[in-house]
Design a protein around this ligand. Sequence first.
Ligand code: ADP
Ligand code: ASP
Ligand code: MG
Length: 422
Amino acid sequence: MALIVQKFGGSSVADSAAIKRVAKRIADTKRAGNDVVVIVSAMGDTTDDLIDLAKEVTPNPPAREMDILLTAGERISMALLAMAVNDQGIEAHAYTGQQAGLLTDDRYGKASILGIVPERILRTIQSGAVAIVAGFQGVNSHNDATTLGRGGSDTTAVAFAAALHADTCEIYTDVDGVFSADPRIVPKARQMSVMTYEETLELAAHGAKVLHLRAVEFARKFNVPIHVRSSFSDKEGTWIVSDTLSEQKAMEAPVISGVAHDRSQAKISVVGVPDIPGAAAKIFAVVGKADGNIDMIVQNTSITRPGISNISFTVPQTQLKAVVAALEGAKAQLGFDTIKVTESIGILSIVGAGMRSHSGVSAKLFSTLGGLGLNVDMISTSEIRISVVVDPQRLDEAARAVHTAFGLDSESEAVVYGGTGR
Ligand code: ADP
Ligand code: ASP
Ligand code: MG
């Protein structure tokens, strides 16, 4: 008998018919002799709708109350899904994050998991029932509801799979698996059969929202095999496994395995910084204190003004206000002239373990972008990734051209079963 964790995303439970369809899949898995723990997201675009509603009430909702509001979305879906599974003749019980024992720190809206006390879930499955757990939420030491950040139900699923030593963590979504690019943007994207944790981490960290970044980090740390697949079909999806397991595959795979795009970042340029040792350290200490997550950094020394440099970096748009306010607040101490903000930028990334052993990858990327007449504003690299900042208006076009240039186009068009892509 296997223990399977199944996670269903918002588009898989968008309405009552979808909830019934998912309930049948859960019941069938249970009837096949498995223990089943289910993690469920809020229905359809519920989380977005709740955020919009809060913004109609106030431009600055308190973080604690925002989390109480957002956790309501998953409470609705978990209760309805448990009812639907019971209706299939299989006993099922719904639990909030708190009831399921998911403990987090205090950072409302972006809480980290501190641990899981899965006794109640264990008792439920030992009694022969299915446990249905609300994704994306936990409880902090003040007994308050917290959320794990957008897309966080994936992380709930992998964390439970690790805590329960599950055999597999199935992530059900609205596409057939992990593709070489977002199929909504690149219709010729090809489905991958196996991916390494490493490559998936790079894709998830750079905009491929099919998996929450921390879910992949957890899976890698605790060696949880993930199977990303569609809740709308029975097709085999994409397996995400340890780097060594898929090493052989990496040897034969194309140099680039994926193209990711990200429209959620902004650029801050700190202009007129004294070009002395320690200046950058001070700036990034201020950014760090404001909880800014920096991805790319570029520094250039002014030719016309010796001793002065400009430092530009990217942060998520959601952190822009706080980071700019912190920098302005420390202006006297940092000694810069002005701050320039570009609210919307496009980041295109190519990822592939094959980059380690192949040359000419950057040349091909830059010549493709050059052929489109696209200017590259910033660049960052890792051992298996190159990211560039380009005009956000032309990001989709750039993703398609780069996908083609690296020989990733598939013969057939990828299927997107549902969801609004919001
Ligand atoms: P869920 O509601 O199931 O959590 P998400 O909307 O969070 O689903 O994630 C699935 C979506 O991720 C897909 O519909 C697709 O548009 C997008 N996506 C982005 N990059 C990729 C990729 N490389 N492979 C597959 N899907 C991707
Ligand atoms: N409902 C949350 C969101 O929309 C969590 C999730 O779906 O993973 O971000
Ligand atoms: Mg998701």
